[in-house]
Design a protein around this ligand. Structure first.
Ligand code: KIV
Ligand code: ZN
Length: 393
């Protein structure tokens, strides 16, 4: 866990659980649920909360508005296509926000421009500039995204990004919409954009990575290493198809590996687990037990060698602390791989001390026999087997 004293640049955390996360099939949320989640995100000190896509439906419009009314310490954002009517609707929903951001986007990859938009690259640039200009007339904070940037041509990206900045966008988002990128390549794309776009110093470069190849977090971090200063992410990695980069993984990677990622976030990490639980309960999407940071096994140790190490010094097998991300503690889970030291430690916690090493050995033998038959050993099982050992003596 090495830390450096070098000054860190701020990394903006943009949470899109309520927008891209909600686009996950089956994850739609009511207005009240969105406000509850937004309040947790605010408490966690998320910088920007994308509350929805105001033009998508009346319900989405109302939700963006309700979040803009309820949350004052985070910037509230609404997505909009690069169309006047979307941008106007987004501005209307954001009217109550203390700090409101319009996030407008248009696709920039050859395949999207040709088949989906049926527009020429010149028309796409023109529409992007019109949209950013329109949004800037309504709010001060405008983000522009090049949809499917991960499959777009670099020269064209440079051209449209320069034009969007000139039109007033202050955040330029580079999404890997279909999760196609791999880390070195994606980091290189960000580096080249920042180097080649002449007015790049007037904007924050952001990334928005999808997880189709399981690389969303790795790609986002590679981009941060090359100068991206906003990461778009979701709680539990919720999102379209295989999801988005997981907020908890980005934040804890940045915090744990400051030696490599010279940035820092404002996130109060103690709210991570409670927020993860809330999102899981609201959406009905269970968190897999081995999910990094927020899975129930993320800080649980079952094997004897690991348990012995942890009992001697937690950092032998833990690179961050469970308490820092909102768990009450780490867990020593007794099972068939557990060793005598963990067994003794757990029984001592239960107030049971062995009269002799021999008694401990006998109880431990019974425990191993039981553990071969049962997935999980509960405290009641331990108490029963000590009683049995003592009765047999
Ligand atoms: O994945 C994507 O490209 C998006 C944009 C609308 C930002 O969600
Ligand atoms: Zn997305």
């Amino acid at each position: 866990m090495s830390r450096t004293a070098e000054p860190k640049s701020p990394l903006v955390i943009f949470d899109t659980t309520l927008r891209d996360g909600e686009q996950s099939p089956g994850a739609s949320m009511t207005q009240d649920e969105k406000v509850r989640i937004a309040k947790m995100l605010e408490k966690m000190q998320v910088d920007v909360i994308e509350a929805g896509f105001a033009m998508a439906s009346q319900g989405d419009f109302e939700s963006v508005k309700a979040v803009a009314e309820a949350v004052k310490d985070s910037t509230i954002c609404s997505l909009s296509r690069a169309l006047d009517k979307d941008i106007e609707r987004a501005a209307e929903a954001l009217a109550p926000a203390e700090q409101g951001r319009i996030h407008t986007f248009i696709a920039t990859s050859p395949i999207h421009m040709q088949y989906k938009l049926q527009m020429s690259p010149d028309q796409v640039v023109e529409q992007a500039v019109r949209a950013v200009t329109k949004a800037r007339n309504l709010v001060a904070d405008v983000e522009f995204s090049c949809e499917d940037a991960g499959r777009s041509e670099l020269d064209f990206l440079c051209r449209i990004v320069e034009a969007a900045i000139q039109a007033g966008a202050r955040t330029i988002n580079i999404p890997d919409t279909v999760g196609y990128a791999i880390p070195d390549q994606f980091g290189d794309l960000i580096r080249q954009l920042i180097e080649r776009v002449p007015n790049s110093d007037q904007a924050i470069f952001s990334v928005h990575c999808h997880n189709d190849l399981g690389l969303a977090v790795a790609n986002s971090l590679a981009a941060v290493q090359q100068g991206a200063r906003q990461v778009e992410c979701t709680i539990n990695g919720l999102g379209e198809r295989a999801g988005n980069a997981a907020l908890e993984e980005i934040v804890m990677a940045v915090r744990t590996r400051q030696d490599q990622l010279a940035v820092e976030t404002r996130i109060d990490t103690r709210h991570i687990v409670p927020t993860s639980r809330l999102v899981s309960n609201v959406t009905g999407f269970a968190v897999q037990p081995n999910k990094a940071i927020v899975g129930k096994n993320a800080f649980a140790h079952e094997s004897g060698i690991h348990q012995d190490g942890i009992l001697k010094h937690r950092e032998t097998y833990e690179i961050m602390s469970a308490e820092d991300v909102g768990w009450q503690t780490n867990a020593i889970v007794l099972g068939k791989h557990s060793g005598r030291n963990a067994f003794r430690a757990r029984l001592e916690e239960l107030g049971i001390n062995f009269a002799s090493e021999q008694e401990l050995l006998e109880a431990f033998t019974l425990f191993k026999q039981l553990a071969d038959k049962k997935h999980e050993i509960f405290d009641e099982d331990l108490q029963a087997l000590v009683t049995d050992t003592r009765a047999a003596a």
